[in-house]
Design a protein around this ligand. Structure first.
Ligand code: ADP
Length: 423
C-alpha cells in the first residue's frame, strides 16, 4: 500500500513525452493518458527512458519516447526513487522538423544568423549527450526556470531585480554552444504550457563583424527587428544565442585604434543598445558564449547573472563521453562485442569505480570487466583533450584500422594509440 500523507514530501520529477511526428492527437489528451499510466505503474523511477506499455494502443500509436531527464544530482543522491516518493510532472511535446531558417541578405549572401522553432529535431538528445561533472547543467536549468517563473508570476523587476542573460566561457570545443542550444531546447519542453511557441535565434558575432562589413549595420537592424516582432507575441519564448561575444569587444578595440573602419564601432554599439532593449522583455533569454576566459569588456556581459566557466572534461566526463561513443559503435555493429556478450552494456563511471573497489563485481559481468577497465585507462590518458576532440577520437581510431569491422578490445587499443597521437 502507498504510505499516506506524503504529498508534500514528494520529489518532483520531470517526465518528458516525445510525440511521434505522425501524431495528430492533442497534447492535453496524451498528457492525461500518460499521467494515468504513471499512476497505475508501481515501479521505481530512474534517469532514462520509460518503456511505453505494450498493451496501450493509444500510447503506442502516438508516443515516440517517454523519458525521465532530471538532474545529475537526483541521479547522484538517490539513483532510484520509489514510485510513491515521486510526483511526476508530465511534459508532452512534438519535435519541429522544419530545420534552421537561414536568412539571406538582399544580395544572396548568407547572413550571420540562423533560427529554429523549438523543440527542434536537430537538438534532440543533445542535452543528454553533454557530460559535465559539476552539476553545471542543473544549475543552468534551475536558473533559467527561476527567471521564467518570476516572469510568469509578474514579479516587479524594480523590487526584485533579475535578468535573463547567461554567459558560458572557456576553451574552444568544451560544448558551450551546444549547451546553450540544449538548454533552450529543454526549456522549450518544460515551459510548453506557458509559452506555446519557442524560437531560437543564433547570431555568430564573429561572422557578423568579419565579413561584409558595410552590410553589418543593416544586418543588425534587420535581425533585431525580427527578434522584436517575435517577443511582442506574449505566448512566445525567444532565445537569442550570441556566439563568440569576445569578437564584439575586439571589433570595438580595433575601431578605436583605427585599424577597422569606424563603422564597426557604430555596429557594436547598435548591437549593445538593442540587446539592452531586449533585456526588458520578460520572454527573452539571452545566451552568450566566449572562448576567452579572461575578462571581456562588454557592457552586457557585466550584467550576465550567470557566468559559468566550462572547462575541459575531467576523467569521469571523458570516460562517459568515450563510453557513449563506443556504445554507439557497438549498437551499429561497427565494433563487435565479445561473442558471449552480444548486448554489452558498459558500466557508468560511478558503477565501474564501485565495482573496481569491491572484490566481487556482480554488475560488471565477467567479460565486460577488462573492457571497461581498458576504456577507463584510455579516458585517463586523454587528459587535456576537449569534449569535441574526444567525440572525434573513435572516428579517427576507426579510420586508422585496416579492416572496417573489429572487435572491441582491438578497437580500444586503437583508440588509445590515436589518443596518444592526438595529445
Ligand atoms: P564550444 O562552443 O565550446 O566551442 P561546441 O558546443 O561547438 O563547443 O562543442 C562541439 C561538440 O563537442 C559538441 O557538440 C559535443 O559533441 C562535443 N562536446 C564538447 N564538450 C562536451 C562534453 N562536456 N560532453 C559531451 N560532449 C561534448
Amino acid at each position: 500500500a502507498v504510505p499516506p500523507a506524503l504529498e508534500d514530501e514528494k520529489i518532483l520529477v520531470s517526465v518528458e513525452v516525445c510525440m511521434k511526428p505522425s501524431s495528430t492527437t492533442r497534447e492535453e489528451d496524451l498528457r492525461s493518458a500518460v499521467e494515468r499510466m504513471l499512476e497505475n505503474r508501481s515501479l521505481s523511477y530512474r534517469d532514462g527512458p520509460i518503456p511505453v506499455p505494450s498493451d496501450d494502443p493509444f500510447l503506442l500509436e502516438n508516443i515516440k519516447r517517454i523519458q525521465i531527464c532530471d538532474s545529475d544530482e537526483w541521479e547522484q543522491n538517490h539513483k532510484v526513487l520509489l514510485f510513491w516518493q515521486v510526483k511526476p510532472v508530465v511534459h508532452v511535446y512534438q519535435l519541429s522538423e522544419e530545420g534552421p531558417g537561414e536568412e539571406l541578405s538582399g544580395d544572396g549572401v548568407l547572413a550571420s544568423f540562423n533560427e529554429w522553432m523549438l523543440p527542434a529535431k536537430e537538438f534532440d538528445g543533445l542535452w543528454e549527450s553533454l557530460v559535465y561533472e559539476t552539476g553545471l547543467k542543473q544549475r543552468l536549468l534551475r536558473y533559467a526556470a527561476s527567471a521564467l517563473l518570476f516572469t510568469e508570476r509578474g514579479v516587479d523587476p524594480c523590487l526584485v531585480s533579475w535578468n535573463r542573460i547567461i554567459l558560458l566561457h572557456g576553451p574552444p570545443g568544451t560544448g558551450k554552444t551546444s549547451l546553450c542550444k540544449a538548454l533552450a531546447q529543454k526549456l522549450s519542453i518544460r515551459f510548453k504550457s506557458r509559452f506555446s511557441q519557442c524560437q531560437l535565434v543564433e547570431v555568430n558575432a564573429h561572422s557578423l563583424f568579419s565579413k561584409w562589413f558595410s552590410e553589418s549595420g543593416k544586418l543588425v537592424a534587420k535581425l533585431f527587428q525580427k527578434i522584436q516582432e517575435m517577443v511582442e507575441e506574449e505566448s512566445s519564448l525567444v532565445f537569442v544565442l550570441i556566439d563568440e561575444v569576445e569578437s564584439l569587444a575586439a571589433a570595438r578595440k580595433a575601431a578605436l585604434s583605427g585599424s577597422e573602419p569606424s563603422d564597426s564601432i557604430r555596429v557594436v554599439n547598435a548591437l549593445l543598445t538593442q540587446m539592452d532593449r531586449l533585456k526588458s522583455w520578460p520572454n527573452v533569454i539571452i545566451l552568450t558564449t566566449s572562448n576567452i576566459t579572461t575578462a571581456i569588456d562588454i557592457a552586457f556581459v557585466d550584467r550576465a547573472d550567470i557566468k559559468a566557466y566550462v572547462g575541459p572534461p575531467a576523467v569521469q566526463a571523458r570516460y562517459e563521453i568515450l563510453r557513449s561513443c563506443v556504445q554507439e559503435l557497438v549498437r551499429t555493429r561497427v565494433v563487435t562485442p565479445p561473442q558471449e556478450n552480444e548486448n554489452i552494456v558498459l558500466p557508468s563511471y560511478g558503477l565501474l569505480r564501485e565495482t573496481m573497489g569491491a572484490s566481487v563485481s556482480p554488475e560488471v559481468g565477467g567479460s565486460a570487466d577488462p573492457i571497461s577497465k581498458l576504456l577507463l585507462q584510455v579516458a585517463e590518458e586523454c587528459k587535456g583533450l576537449s569534449g569535441r576532440s574526444l567525440r572525434k577520437l573513435p572516428f579517427l581510431a576507426h579510420a586508422a584500422l585496416t579492416s572496417p569491422y573489429c572487435d572491441i578490445i582491438k578497437f580500444l587499443h586503437a583508440l588509445e594509440e590515436t589518443a596518444r597521437r592526438e595529445i
